[in-house]
Ligand binder design. Structure first.
Ligand code: AKG
Ligand code: FE2
Length: 205
């Protein structure tokens, strides 16, 4: 029996996935005002990524926060968490209440404009454990999260718009069967912050 009441969520009908979308989560301030605060107050980093032996800068800015020890290996780098700020703790509480799960870390992504993006990937790092729940809060400009099934070529990519203040909860087999990413845009687009709340279960050595 599922004890958690998912009713305000919409279940997205992708096969081999467990995706719940809440179009507007209750927050202490308007989502756009929160995006502006996070943009101004976060010590953003531009990380590099190594793919196929080539190192280049990631096409967005990021920051990693969490409980002490929630180290995370991401795109070949180990990220040390910054301590929770009062605002991030408050957002974590709101996301935990809405999604009925607990998290000990959050990755902040800052897409400065339509040229910033995130390559196709799955959040399947071993430190997240099997069948992880990842809760993704979007603030600011709406962008589309693209889902592609890993091997079923008969399934078309799914483009899911993530409006400001929306919460997408990915769980179960989603990461095992699908990859996701944010494409670049040709048109102008304002800034967007995405926060993915995660639970690190196995420490990185
Ligand atoms: O910006 C987004 O909506 C996606 C973020 C994401 O997939 C991640 O941080 O792993
Ligand atoms: Fe992701």
């Amino acid at each position: 029996m599922d004890l958690f009441d998912h009713s305000p969520f919409e279940r997205l009908p992708l096969p081999d996935a467990d995706l719940l979308l809440l179009r507007r989560i209750a927050l202490s301030a308007s989502p756009d005002a929160l995006a502006e605060r996070l943009i101004a107050d976060t010590p953003w980093r531009r990380e590099s990524i190594t793919l196929w032996g080539k190192t280049r800068l990631q096409p967005r800015l990021l920051a990693w926060y969490g409980d002490p020890g929630s180290r995370y290996r991401y795109s070949g780098r180990t990220l040390e968490p910054l301590p929770w700020t009062p605002l991030l703790r408050q957002l974590k509480d709101a996301v935990e209440r809405a999604s009925g799960a607990r998290y000990n870390s959050v990755l902040l992504n800052y897409y400065r404009d339509g040229r910033d993006s995130m390559g196709m990937h799955a959040d399947d790092e071993p430190e997240l454990g099997a069948r992880p729940t990842v809760a993704s809060l979007s603030l600011g400009a709406e962008r589309k999260l693209v889902f592609r099934h890993r091997w079923r070529k008969d399934l078309r990519p799914v483009r899911l718009p993530l409006p400001s203040g929306s919460l997408l909860v990915m769980s179960g087999d989603t990461q095992a069967h699908w990859k996701h990413g944010i494409d670049k845009l040709r048109r102008a687009c304002g800034p967007r912050i995405n926060l993915t709340f995660r639970r690190i279960v196995a420490p990185v050595r």
